[in-house]
Ligand binder design. Structure first.
Ligand code: ASP
Length: 536
């Protein structure tokens, strides 16, 4: 009997040890496969915890210089991402367009545009529904909300013309570092002219910034009824500013790539050049991506140290922030996954895991353009989306498809109307929907670009532009949230276009087929078998 018990015990314990070995190897495999995601999550958490611990533990205010020193490794990471944006966008679009035929890029492009327009519009409508249901601006004391910075005068027509102008840059080399912008500058300032109305124009009194005899401006309180002072006139003045014209580069690269693709044998050397260039850049990206846990840790920690009185900010416009975040959450966790499941039959959770590094980078950098290298890497490497789709669809998506920004612009505009006690009628809501969609298309994939194009929406419905200063304080945080949703929307778009274009893609020769994968999984293009198989 004892022997039998012994044997039984041995059997059970060997079963247990087998099970635990299996679990251990499963955990190991999971950790290995998701190492980057785990590292990124850890660095994000550590950045937040250590940031708060240092901020409250040290009990001191950190100057801009302190923050600059502390977040220095993060700045280097951000610079490394920015460094590859221009070559990445241009070469990926040229190589992507050149590898598709006329019908294919028409169909792929059509599907992508349809997806962008539909999801952006859904986001705007969702924003409007959320903000009109929660009503964060009703009863808010406008004067109690702290203001930050100043707003800029913008003319809506000029803003749209700038968008078109930037699509056709006069100098493609200069487009790498400058874009066109029309500003409203004071035309003539005469003593006694009102330069700015600073409070609710529907109220009994207004605070005005006035010019005096000696050209100095002063604050004056006046009754709305009695004031007859002339408003200062502005004139449009256009010029180039230091900002990469991504839209211009995208348009140029699409046409250039399409033409190379249609040149047949004659275009082959250029095609090979851009394919190889792109692959080299992607190898560089795969090196940069492994520095992201360190970069993200310092970027987040620096931001937390920089934050001033966040408690007061949340008290004042906490409900507004909660409204934006509710809208973004519904769009990210319900609308987009549902679209992915219905149109691509893909598992949204697995998809989320695949693009997690890109989403975390988007949160840390607040820039869809800077995140683009990592988004490309995640989709190609982790989710096996065809490179002909990612390289064509993602750079365009990162530039024009911004669901989070569109949703935010609609919420912010209606919030400002609510704070001013103004009712938006159906015409205003339609105007907000259209301008918020266009403003999100026009926003560059850089931090707080949405705040700038927000002026277009406010202008279109006649809301006080100056009230943007009410929401600037919290914009650094909401910007990170909406950028994450922008990148999530772009990634899902690429997945859907890929699933819906498999037939067309199958009929085309794949320049990336049958090639060696280097260590992290990128394939070198098939260049007459002259590719090398060096591993990084
Ligand atoms: N920062 C956002 C992005 O890069 C744009 C915005 O400000 O909404 O996608």
């Amino acid at each position: 009997m004892a022997d039998y018990d012994d044997l039984q015990y041995q059997g059970i314990s060997s079963d247990n040890s087998k099970r635990s070995t299996r679990i251990l190897s499963g955990v190991k495999k999971f950790c290995k496969a998701n190492l980057l995601v785990i590292l990124l999550l850890t660095s994000l958490k550590l950045g937040i915890i250590i940031g708060f611990a240092v901020k409250f533990g040290s009990n001191r205010d950190f100057s801009k210089k302190d923050v600059e020193y502390i977040s220095f490794p993060g700045t280097l990471f951000l610079n490394a991402l920015k460094m590859v944006i221009v070559p990445l966008i241009t070469t990926s679009l040229i190589s992507g367009m050149a590898s598709l035929d006329k019908n294919a890029y028409g169909k792929l492009g059509g599907k992508a545009v349809l997806y962008y327009m539909t999801t952006t519009f859904i986001a705007v409508i969702l924003g409007i529904i959320v903000v009109t249901s929660i009503q964060p601006g009703r009863g808010a004391d406008k004067d109690a909300i702290q203001r930050e910075g100043s707003s800029q005068q913008v003319n809506t027509a000029d803003a749209f013309l700038d968008l078109l102008r930037n699509m056709v840059p006069p100098n493609i080399v200069a487009a790498c570092f400058e874009s066109y912008k029309t500003r409203q500058v004071p035309d003539e300032i005469e003593p006694g002219m009102v330069t700015e109305l600073m409070s609710n124009i529907t109220g009994a009194t207004v605070t005005m910034v006035m010019t005096t005899e000696d050209g100095i401006t002063s604050l004056v309180n006046e009754s709305v009824m009695t004031t007859k002072m002339p408003m200062m006139r502005y004139k449009s003045e256009g010029g180039f500013e230091d900002k990469t014209n991504v839209l211009g580069l995208v348009v140029f690269s699409c046409f250039f790539g399409a033409i190379i693709g249609r040149m047949g044998r004659q275009g082959e050397p250029l095609k090979i050049f851009f394919d190889t260039f792109m692959e080299a850049i992607m190898r560089l990206v795969s090196l940069i991506i492994w520095t992201s846990p360190v970069g993200i840790f310092f970027l987040i920690m620096g931001k937390i140290l920089e934050m001033d009185d966040w408690q007061k900010t949340f008290q004042q416009i906490g409900l507004y922030s909660a409204t934006v975040m509710t809208g973004l959450a519904i769009h990210a966790f319900i609308v987009l996954p549902l679209i992915l499941f219905i149109f691509a039959r893909k598992n949204p959770v697995r998809y989320l895991f695949g693009v997690a590094p890109a989403l975390m980078t988007a949160f840390a950098t607040a820039s869809s353009s800077a995140t683009l290298p990592i988004t490309l890497q995640c989709l190609e490497e982790n989710l096996n989306i065809d490179r002909r789709v990612t390289r064509f669809v993602l750079p365009i998506g990162a530039t024009v498809n911004m669901d989070g920004t569109a949703l935010y612009e609609a919420v912010a505009a209606i919030f400002i109307a609510q704070v001013n006690g103004l009712n938006m009628d159906a015409k205003d809501i339609v105007t907000i929907s259209i301008t918020a969609t266009l403003a999100s298309i026009g926003a560059a994939g850089v931090p707080q670009a949405g705040l700038v194009t927000m002026v277009i929406v406010l202008n279109a419905v006649g809301l006080p532009i100056d009230d943007i200063t009410l929401i600037i304080v919290i914009d650094w945080f909401l910007d990170r949230c909406r950028t994450t949703i922008n990148v999530w929307g772009d990634s899902i778009g690429a997945g859907i276009v890929y699933e819906r274009s498999k037939d067309e893609l199958q009929r085309l020769p794949d320049p990336f087929e049958d090639n060696d994968k280097f260590s992290i999984g990128y394939q070198t293009p098939n260049i007459n078998n002259t590719h090398d198989d060096t591993t990084l």
